[in-house]
Design a protein around this ligand. Structure first.
Ligand SMILES: [Zn+2]
Ligand SMILES: [Zn+2]
Length: 250
């Protein structure tokens, strides 16, 4: 008997591969749920790619990892084109483990790229090594890191003019749980992993044990076309600036 493929591992491998190839200007969400503009219902998307720093969903790309052993055919491509239209994606990637028919390739035209990723190519990939979601209510979620913002601390010695200020850069990981979508931040200095809730009005922000000059805060934003997204911000207390470092559409 052939071993049943672990489709969740496949889906996570596709998300990781996609994210690793993209510019950090793009925010990647694994297992996203976005409201369809035509259907009005939540559509599940294996990998959603949107702008990272702006509330702008006009150049959206989606990826579908096909969980099947047979070849992708015309019907699969048409269903995917329907999903793309509903969530207003400008381009799509259909990733399949077992190939595709010629007709499917013709139907894909230039809107859809069909990619082949056989199951036996996953190699050593093991999402069990990903950190678990920090929300105790979320039992199976893993944190999918997709951005790596760098923050600079400037330490100016008090009262001594001749001593130069000390600049120290700290890299962070930012990402989302791939089941409940909660934002997470990891500080590479103290290794703290913070859960940043986004729909909590009373939330005043989160800092790691380093007590840096900034804190993390998430909120819901809306773009020009009335599409909502959850956004993760870093608030710089010294400069009074707010930067969007990660997003996911709602
Ligand atoms: Zn979770
Ligand atoms: Zn820290």
């Amino acid at each position: 008997m052939r071993k049943k493929p672990d489709w969740l591992v496949y889906e996570r491998a596709v998300a990781r591969l996609m994210s690793d190839q993209l510019s950090t200007e793009l925010a990647v969400t694994a297992n996203a749920h976005v409201t369809g503009r035509i259907t009005g219902i939540k559509r599940q998307i294996d990998v959603l790619i949107d702008a990272r720093h702006n509330t702008d969903n006009s150049r959206r790309v989606i990826v579908d990892a096909k969980r099947r052993r047979r070849k992708i055919d015309v019907k699969d491509v048409e269903a995917f084109l329907g999903l793309m239209r509903d969530v207003e994606a400008t381009h799509g990637y259909l990733v399949c483990p077992a190939g595709f028919t010629k007709a499917a390739q013709h139907r894909a035209q230039s809107y859809v790229s069909i990619c082949l990723l056989p199951l036996d190519r996953l190699g050593e990939f093991d999402p069990a090594s990903w950190p678990a979601c920090r929300d105790p209510k979320c039992k199976t979620g893993r944190i999918f890191w997709d951005g790596y913002p760098e923050m600079t601390m400037v330490l100016q010695p008090v009262g001594v003019v001749l001593v130069p200020s000390i600049r120290k850069s700290v890299v962070h990981y930012v990402g989302k749980c791939d089941r409940c979508s909660a934002f997470h931040v990891k500080c590479t200095e103290c290794d703290a992993v913070l859960l940043i809730p986004h729909a909590d009005e009373d939330d005043v922000g989160h800092q790691c044990g380093c007590r840096p000059a900034w804190f993390w805060l998430a909120s819901t934003e809306c773009d020009r076309r009335n599409i909502y997204s959850a956004e993760l911000h870093v608030v710089d207390l010294v400069n009074g600036s707010i930067q969007t470092v990660d997003r996911r559409s709602l």
